[in-house]
Design a protein. Structure first.
Length: 276
């Protein structure tokens, strides 16, 4: 094979590789169309609506998008985002995104984190890397030395197996955790699920790790005053106990401070998107 043919052959190989790489890139989960606009209306609540072929975010700060996109890597709280500019928590955006057909098959919800990663990279120019750092946390423990649990916590008899709802359509026999105002209700949940749920409350403001040693599933009802820490002297606005006190008095648990190693995302770069 002469040099000219060799050069042409090598060029053909490089072209094929480039085409293959470009084809692989197009297979990355990505929204087909995404409209992003700033929302400056402070009266609008943060909301998300997942649809079969897309998703709509209303008044969403970018830090919420990042935690959704990287939850599988253990990112559950905003303090696990390090080095980010303040605007990612202050600025809010309306995003209407439609997925490509390939990414909407089988339900978009399972693909949403990957779709959001691509959106954040392409539209917000997000660049980051992962580290682990010592972070303040709470351990959920049994409060009493005799291991007796609280009066509002009971072993669950609800069947949460797949098909149980078909044989028993009782609407009061749902499984999981629901919170409305100052009432948290749990059906057939583990203490690990309770600990994870508590991590999201402003009054706790730390990661919560299950250290109870309990392996069962429980039903519970927890009542507390959500505004307790904001206005502790206002009796009329704070008729109930704090979340810490309610956990001990009603469920028999306590939160003990500790330090644990947690994954964090170090933000190397992020830009406000160009509105469209």
């Amino acid at each position: 094979m002469n040099r000219r043919r060799l050069t042409g052959f090598a060029g053909a190989i490089l072209f094929a590789i480039a085409v293959g790489q470009d084809h692989a890139a197009t297979q990355e989960p990505a929204f087909e169309v995404a409209s992003i606009k700033a929302n400056t209306n402070v009266g609008v609540a943060e909301a998300i609506a997942v649809q079969p072929d897309g998703v709509r975010f209303t008044a969403f700060p970018v830090r919420s998008l990042i935690t959704i996109a990287y939850r599988s890597e253990g990112i559950q709280r905003f303090d696990q985002l390090v080095g980010a500019p303040p605007w990612i928590g202050a600025d809010r955006f309306d995003i209407i995104a439609r997925a490509r057909e390939a990414d909407s098959q089988g339900g978009i919800q399972s693909r949403l984190p990957a779709l959001l990663r691509t959106l954040l990279r392409d539209r917000f120019r997000l660049r980051l890397h992962s580290e682990t750092r010592d972070m303040p946390a709470y351990a959920l423990v049994v409060a009493r030395r005799d291991s007796r649990l609280g009066p509002e916590l009971h072993e669950s008899r609800i069947d949460c197996s797949p098909g149980a709802s078909a044989t028993n359509p009782d609407p009061d026999r749902w499984c999981g955790i629901r919170a409305v105002g100052g009432v948290i209700t749990g059906h057939a949940v583990s203490t690990g699920q309770l600990a994870g749920n508590l991590s999201g409350y402003p009054a706790i403001d730390r990661q919560v790790i299950d250290r109870t040693g309990l392996t069962g599933r429980y039903d519970f009802r927890l009542e507390y005053s959500p505004a307790f820490l904001q206005q502790p002297g206002d009796i009329a606005q704070n008729p109930g106990p704090s979340l810490f006190t309610a956990l001990t008095e009603q469920l028999g648990f306590a939160l003990q401070p500790e330090t644990i190693r947690l994954p964090v995302l170090v933000i190397d770069n992020i830009d406000r998107p160009t509105p469209d």
